[in-house]
Design a protein around this ligand. Structure first.
Ligand code: ATP
Ligand code: MG
Length: 254
């Protein structure tokens, strides 16, 4: 089966520093792929490159058989690839519910302008979005907070809201940059359950995380970066016992 996402020889430098160095990788359709590696190893830059937030110096990105290299972020989102940010991004002034409705509109085929112009269709779309949003809020434990401005949520709650926002448009591929950083252990297990449920329903994930247990429990495949390159690519069991990974990242005690 062809990969849902493929990166071929992706290279990206920032003023002479090679953040991503000739990386080729594939994300299997309906899989949960983990991406781990030390601070500064190029994980977020890779996400920026595959989601259109940074231009590549070299290489190609192919989503579901279509080359998307050089596409703008909103176009990539509409093609079905939604990403979250390591530094959480939510609309503080909007309510929790409206954050999710907006996320649905931004990735809709016609976009927000189309939605505004076709008010009748907008009404139906709005009701569908509200229903989907409430479903997700229940899953992440924020149902009681739907009417409050996102500004008053805790950092961990904002992380969860950003996760729900990414899931709103039912993307083909969800790319998460540190989804559980700052989220408490009980809630992390719930996030794990949510991701498993969505995975069982056919969703594909690429997840960057420093929480190695979270990655190893959840992922069917793990890619390890070191200094902008792929150090290892295998099953969680293979990655755990690879001596290079132990040395570069997991440490002797892992
Ligand atoms: N916008 C930028 N401008 C300049 N340098 C950058 C920029 N973004 C990242 N870098 C540099 O690129 C390298 C890779 O950074 P990146 O953020 O991709 O690493 P990471 O693996 O996501 O790290 P972390 O685990 O700490 O989030 C680092 O040396 C970083 O300082
Ligand atoms: Mg990062």
């Amino acid at each position: 089966m062809t990969a849902l996402l493929a990166l071929e020889h992706v290279t990206k430098s920032y003023s002479g520093v090679r953040a991503v160095d000739d990386v080729s990788l594939a994300v299997a359709r309906h899989g949960i792929t983990g991406l781990i590696g030390p601070n500064g190893s190029g994980k977020s830059t890779t996400i920026d490159c595959l989601s259109g937030f940074q231009a590549l110096d070299r290489g190609r990105v192919v989503l579901d058989g279509v080359e998307i290299t050089g596409w703008a972020p909103h176009r990539i989102a509409r093609a079905g690839l939604i990403r979250t940010f390591q530094t959480v991004r939510v609309y503080d002034a909007l309510s929790v519910l409206d954050n999710l409705k907006l996320a649905a509109q931004q990735a809709a085929p016609g976009g927000w302008l189309d939605a505004l112009l076709r008010t009748r269709r907008h009404g139906a779309a709005d009701r569908a979005a509200a229903a989907r949003a409430r479903e997700l809020l229940a899953l992440i434990g924020l149902a009681r907070h739907e009417a409050v401005p996102a500004a008053i949520l805790s950092y961990g709650q904002k992380k969860l809201l950003a996760l729900a926002a990414a899931l709103m448009p039912r993307p083909k591929l969800v790319v998460l940059d540190e989804p559980v950083a700052g989220v408490n252990p009980t809630r992390i297990r719930e996030v794990e359950t949510v991701i498993r449920q969505l995975h069982a329903a056919g969703e594909t994930f690429l997840i960057v995380e420093h929480n190695v247990d979270f990655i190893m429990n959840l992922c069917d495949r793990v890619i390890v970066f070191d200094q902008g390159r792929t150090l290892m690519d295998g099953t969680p069991a293979e990655v755990r016992k690879d001596p290079r990974v132990l040395e570069a990242y997991l440490g002797a005690g892992a």
